[in-house]
Design a protein. Sequence first.
Length: 151
Amino acid sequence: MALDAELVKENFPKAVPMAGTLNLTFGELNSETAVVSMPDQQPYHNHVGGPHAGAMFTLAETASGVLIFHNFGDLLDKATPLAVTATIRYLKLAMGEVTATATMGTPVEQILAELEEGKRPEFDIDVSIATADGTETGKMAISWTLKPNRK
């Protein structure tokens, strides 16, 4: 059963301090989608005045992580969520605030069923990064696993 979205958004920066470092804000969160924004901050600019590639990577990965903890945070006694791979494409120069929207690629029920069968599910989350006017400036494909905890 998914964790309460408001509690996840409130506590994620405490559990994952890097998210707090970038002053990320958490918007919509449900079992299929997570929206996270990063304000325009000069200390995190690159050489052309937009958000640094590393900051945008962290933004996108955080959006996927919030989605993971919302959907599977109640299972931490059984399994540990881990990022397996991540690929990011920077499509256009981003300027100003950027927002990452993460979307589950596999139904949560299917992932839970695999975990219950004793498998180590691996699944994808797609993330779109866009500027305030909606221009998509990047895409991330990130694979996650739920590694069963040893008893």
